[in-house]
Write a protein that binds this ligand. Structure first.
Ligand code: PAF
Length: 284
């Protein structure tokens, strides 16, 4: 049975009555199959008697563009129905004022893994993500929290925060879930025009074409990046542009001078105002 709770104080009293272990699935709503798989994994982690909780909160402080925040889809009634179908025990749907004091003045900042990729092109984004995730961890005190691997930089930062701040929670990363044409599932996909949606699998195709070069023993980052850029831009529709395309070390997320250990080739691309991300791992 699902309980929809907005205020932190009522959430806390509800949590005291729910059985442990507890798995938390933090989301911004507009749920899709990818989120539902996170919920199923959360259930596997805690078993039939444990508690699966989901938060649905479009966190304003992680948005770097006002128009992205304003147009972010928020189909709350549908989301709650999906949570119920997935056997979520508790859905937390706070308002901004429930989580943030008007004079809030503390942020969680990571200063190394956040330097490149989305951290470089979305200033302040990861401060907002880490701050809200730490708040959710403090409120729920989950035994395990489940996140998608699609946001691999976000996942790396959350793991680093948990390690460096001694947060007692197990972080589980769930593989990227894809549409049948290869496009990584994202709440933003539903905002694409039909032409852009039809074109969007090019992102995955471009990354795979570049990754295939690993079979030839290629070690030059430039060669991988040029190949991916070529496939991303070749006959791309109007409105398409690359936000970033980077090849970084798989663990440190820093740029590489030579690909001799596992590396992540990652991109963010815009279709009009809609920004999509994806990545592949290159194993030399
Ligand atoms: O990945 C997301 O949906 C968000 O960044 C998260 C982790 C729920 C924090 O708002």
């Amino acid at each position: 049975m699902i309980t929809c709770i907005a205020e932190v104080s009522s959430l806390r009293s509800a949590l005291r009555k729910l059985p442990r272990p507890l798995a938390l699935v933090p989301t911004m709503g507009a749920l899709h199959e990818g989120h539902l798989q996170l919920m199923r994994t959360a259930r596997e982690k805690v078993g039939p008697e444990g508690t699966v909780a989901a938060s649905i909160f479009v966190n304003p402080i992680q948005f770097d563009r006002a128009e992205d925040l304003e147009s972010y889809p928020q189909p709350l009634a549908e989301d709650l129905e999906l949570c119920e179908k997935e056997g979520v025990n508790l859905a937390f749907t706070p308002e901004v004022g429930d989580l943030y004091a008007p004079d809030r003045s503390v942020l969680v900042t990571e200063s190394l893994l956040a330097r490149n990729l989305c951290g470089a092109t979305r200033p302040g984004h990861f401060d907002g993500v880490l701050t809200v995730v730490l708040k959710l961890f403090n409120i729920f005190q989950p035994d395990v929290a489940v996140f998608g691997k699609k946001d691999f930089q976000q996942l790396a930062l959350i793991r680093r925060m948990v390690r460096d701040l001694d947060v007692p929670v197990e972080i589980h990363g769930h593989p990227t879930v894809r549409e049948t044409d290869g496009l990584a599932m994202s709440s933003r996909n539903r905002k694409l025009t039909s032409d852009h949606r039809a074109d969007a699998p090019r992102i995955r195709r471009a990354l795979i074409a570049a990754r295939d070069l690993a079979a030839t023993g290629e070690q030059s980052p430039t060669v991988y990046l040029d190949a991916a850029r070529h496939h991303l831009c070749k006959e791309a529709p109007s409105g398409f542009h690359i936000d970033y395309l980077e090849l970084v070390d798989h663990m440190t997320l820093q740029p590489l001078s030579k690909v001799t250990s596992p590396a992540t080739l990652a991109t963010a691309c815009f279709y009009g105002e809609i920004r999509l991300i994806d990545h592949v791992t290159i194993r030399p």
